[in-house]
Design a protein around this ligand. Structure first.
Ligand SMILES: [Mn+2]
Length: 412
């Protein structure tokens, strides 16, 4: 049987204020096509469906449309858990409707998966049994058992970890052990004639991070030991880390699918994918299916200034990408120059100036005392702007303001 593993869609997420919804829509269409082409019977979505606890309505609409298509009228099972970015109650508010379409929405650890599929789809998807954090399914000819642990924050675990715990490392160990217990509880129900899977959203110690994951836990990263995963599970589908990667030193095959789109420039050059699993109760293989829906995120470094950037734009370089530009300058870009560059490449989302020669700013105090006010202003401006020269207009405005201030002081 074929299974797809994906996570961290972050629907509604923007890049420096730019909408990514068209790319997210294109990814979901691509995912539906992959599900059809591979004849996947089960889709695992390992958390961070939305980017915020209060996502825009357009992102929610996109989500409902996509999962409804993925579910194929109850002929395919879609299992979705909440991540640290999701509001678990809100994600599950649609569970009564979703359950009728073969879509399982799980918000918090310990929730019981429920399906209410019509009898006519029972040949394709049937819930044989379920309990807190696990389900036993018949998908066509195969029996599949899934241990599901939605984002287990301390608050969502609904269990105090602090009893008898004094230090940070003890707390860390208690947390990891609690997660291990919960996974083991579900895994104790595994049958050898079933495909045995796990799904969760957490941070495994040693994983490779990107800039676009916000800290999973404010005030100290709660991480889980790779040894917390049950050895009986054939495959554990994880969400949270945005780079696709396998968890080393876990007893079984534990994997992060990564995000479908690059969400930060630290992910520039990373291939984005979904993981395809081909499994029987005794064997399985995995394969990465590369995605093409998201625009690339690239970094430009223009050491020769604006003219070089214009040349690249004219050449059509990275015309379909989001660009983070580092530009080397002698004086700051004027508003007109900035607007011109942004017009030339609509994907230019950030411009970071680097001033080639950092002006010698260490002017002795007694020397400063003798300088006229406009020269002092220039020194101050350079100090605040990495050595950039202020425009004449800026200096003139400063003098004008200063003059006005002195006038009002005189009349006060
Ligand atoms: Mn995430």
């Amino acid at each position: 049987m074929r299974i797809l593993h994906t996570s961290d869609w972050h629907l509604g997420r923007t890049l420096e204020g730019r909408s990514r919804l068209p790319e997210q829509e294109a990814f979901l269409a691509e995912l539906c096509d992959i599900a059809d082409d591979t004849d996947a019977r089960l889709i695992l979505v390992a958390g961070d469906i939305f980017d915020t606890v209060n996502p825009p309505a357009a992102a929610e609409e996109l989500f409902y449309e996509a999962v409804s298509r993925l579910g194929a009228d109850g002929r395919r099972l879609v299992l979705i858990i909440a991540g640290n970015h999701d509001n678990p109650e809100r994600l599950c508010a649609a569970a009564p409707l979703a359950g009728k379409q073969g879509i399982l929405l799980l918000g918090k650890p310990g929730e019981v998966p429920m399906l209410t599929l019509p009898a006519e789809t029972a040949d394709a998807v049937r819930l044989l049994g379920s309990g807190p954090g696990w389900c036993d399914l018949q998908l066509g000819d195969e029996r599949v058992q899934v241990v599901a642990l939605p984002y287990p924050s301390e608050a969502r675990l609904d269990a105090a970890l602090v009893d008898g715990v004094e230090t940070e490392s003890e707390l860390q160990a208690a947390y990891s052990d609690r997660v291990r217990q919960m996974l083991a509880q579900g895994a104790s129900r595994y049958a050898t004639d079933a495909i045995r899977l796990g799904i969760s959203h957490l941070f495994v110690t040693g994983g490779v991070e990107s800039d676009s994951e916000r800290p999973i836990q404010v005030g100290g990263a709660f991480t889980v030991s790779p040894r917390a995963f049950p050895a009986e599970a054939q495959y554990v589908a994880l969400g949270h880390l945005h780079k696709a990667q396998q968890v080393r030193s876990a007893p079984g095959h534990v994997r992060y699918s990564g995000t479908p789109l690059a969400y930060s420039f630290s992910e520039a050059g990373q291939a984005k994918s979904v993981t395809l699993l081909e499994a029987t109760p005794s064997a399985f293989t995995t394969k990465e299916i590369l995605l093409s829906a998201g625009k690339p995120l690239v970094r430009w470094r223009a050491t020769e200034g604006p003219a070089q950037v214009e040349e690249w734009c004219n050449e059509g370089r990275d015309s379909n990408a989001w660009v983070d530009l580092e530009i080397h300058l002698h004086t700051s870009l004027s508003l007109e120059e900035t607007a011109r560059l942004k017009r030339m490449h609509p994907g230019l989302v950030s411009i970071r100036p680097v001033f080639a020669a950092q002006t010698e700013l260490a002017v002795a105090a007694d020397e400063r005392a003798g300088l006229p006010i406009d020269e002092l202003f220039v020194l101050f401006y350079q100090q605040r702007n990495a050595g950039a020269q202020p425009a004449d207009e800026t200096v003139r405005l400063f003098l004008e303001l200063l003059h006005k201030a002195q006038e009002s002081d005189d009349t006060a």
